[in-house]
Design a binder for this molecule. Structure first.
Ligand SMILES: C[S@@+](CC[C@H](N)C(=O)[O-])C[C@H]1O[C@@H](n2cnc3c(N)ncnc32)[C@H](O)[C@@H]1O
Length: 432
């Protein structure tokens, strides 16, 4: 397909996403099935255009003065990819399979339009109803924080110290030009290809041998700040596919015992294969079994309980740009209730002096600081360990992170703009 035909396809797909309100990944898959002539390079380039368009949906529509898929894509080419009007006109030449030629109005918008008068939620590309909650945290910087969440996410790897050192892994992946993480001593950042595509890391021998895992640096930091104690007893209550379980196992050098649980059997399923690949030997997976309480014997015995809570995922909008336009206030309320229930349950597993690490990939105070304050109101035997005491787990980088992150009495928040990571909130509490 020509670049122009790819653009026309992307416009059509963004239209379908808007009218059907279906997840973009499903719409892209359907499009691929019904356009068999499109090769993998085409599908990847089209996907990249669609994702970039969704990342900047509001600002692109504002620039172009309308909300159609075409306006979103044209505006994005200017705002996101820095193309000038002639380059965009060359793609829209009206030939067969190409988008229609630019109108005079479109030309003018692309030449002279700006976001100078755009409200914060437009300049920051987030839903208007989230403007007030984001203003609480970020004030006048909320548009800039939103704009950073509209960029592409990098590809971060975590070196599995059970199998490799960062230097050895970097050498094995030298052809991908990895750079060390800014904060996590375990992180390697891999540059994306120009159209935003990630290199096929899962096919690399270093990945297959379990020397590296794909894990955002923010997620790596969260597990490091949770400080799983070598030789200790740890419960990962919302283990999902095991990203943080694997990291904790490595931080504990395969000593002690980690119990990995998740209420969703399907989400937990990949953990078995990942544990084997990573050479982890100190994890017991406690899969849910109907109504049975599979964690009953752990009550009051844990040194650390990790609650990597289900959340709105507002910190991961770089990776899931369509999710930001689909999120509704009702979903936020639901997540807040679930988090409170999980936190209350988590408290019962700790032994006196044990720690509870509460982690979300959300930027909303309702799920973060306010959630912790409400927990402390319900559980008088707990106190927050101030971020100043948890950040040194990162060594010298912890000092710098203290300046970069948004540090509040309840915990530390990472954001793409501040720390170059996904958005994460990390709070560590101690049971008296
Ligand atoms: C943020 S994800 C976990 C990601 C995972 N820890 C990782 O690092 O890859 C949140 C997980 O919480 C799980 N979850 C939701 N409600 C739960 C509950 N009541 N008890 C345990 N897990 C729950 C979800 O199934 C989901 O897998």
């Amino acid at each position: 397909m020509t670049p122009a035909a790819r653009l026309a396809a992307a416009i059509e797909i963004v239209e379908t996403v808007a009218s059907s309100r279906r997840p973009v990944a499903d719409v892209l898959k359907d499009w691929g099935r019904s356009h068999r002539f499109a090769g993998s390079g085409d599908r990847s380039a089209i996907g990249s255009l669609v994702y970039d368009g969704l990342r900047r949906r509001a600002s692109s529509a504002f620039l172009m003065g309308e909300e159609s898929g075409r306006a979103v894509l044209l505006g994005m080419l200017r705002l996101g990819r820095g193309l000038d009007v002639e380059a965009i006109a060359a793609l829209c030449d009206g030939s067969r399979f190409a988008p229609a030629a630019l109108s005079e109005a479109e030309r003018t918008r692309l030449e002279t339009g700006s976001l100078d008068d755009a409200p914060a939620h437009v300049a920051g590309d987030y839903p208007e109803w989230l403007d007030a909650p984001l203003a609480v945290l970020f004030g006048e910087e909320r548009a800039a924080e939103g704009a950073a969440l509209a960029e592409r996410a990098p590809l971060d790897l975590r070196v599995n110290t059970l199998k490799a050192t960062p230097a050895k892994a970097a050498e094995a992946l030298a052809h991908l030009d990895p750079t060390p993480g800014r904060w996590s001593p375990l992180a390697l950042r891999i540059a994306l290809e120009p159209d935003g595509k990630a290199p096929p890391v899962t096919a690399e021998p270093a990945f297959i041998k379990g020397e590296v895992e794909i894990q955002d640096e923010g997620s790596q930091i969260a597990a490091i700040l949770a400080a799983p104690p070598p030789g200790g007893q740890v419960l990962d209550l919302c283990a999902g596919g095991g990203g943080k379980t694997l990291e904790c196992a490595a931080l504990m050098d395969n000593s002690g015992q980690i119990y990995a649980h998740d209420s969703d059997l399907r989400r937990l399923a990949p953990i078995h294969e990942r544990l084997a690949r990573a050479g982890v030997r100190n994890v017991q997976v406690r899969s849910p079994k109907g109504a049975a309480d599979v964690l009953a014997d752990l009550a009051g015995r844990m040194d650390l309980v990790l609650v990597d809570a289900p959340c709105t995922g507002t910190g991961t909008w770089r990776r899931n740009p369509d999710a930001k336009w689909r999120i509704r206030p009702g979903a936020l309320d639901e997540r807040v209730k679930e988090q409170a229930t999980i936190l209350d349950r988590a408290a019962g597993f700790l032994k006196p002096g044990g720690r509870l690490a509460y982690i979300t990939c959300s930027l909303l105070d309702a799920e973060n600081g306010a959630q912790i304050r409400a927990f402390l109101d319900r559980h008088h035997g707990f106190e927050v360990i101030p971020p100043a005491e948890t950040l040194p787990a990162l060594g010298l980088a912890g000092l710098a992170l203290r300046g970069a992150a948004l540090v509040r009495p309840e915990g530390a928040m990472l954001t793409p703009r501040r720390t170059g990571t996904d958005g994460f909130f990390i709070s560590v509490l101690r049971r008296a």
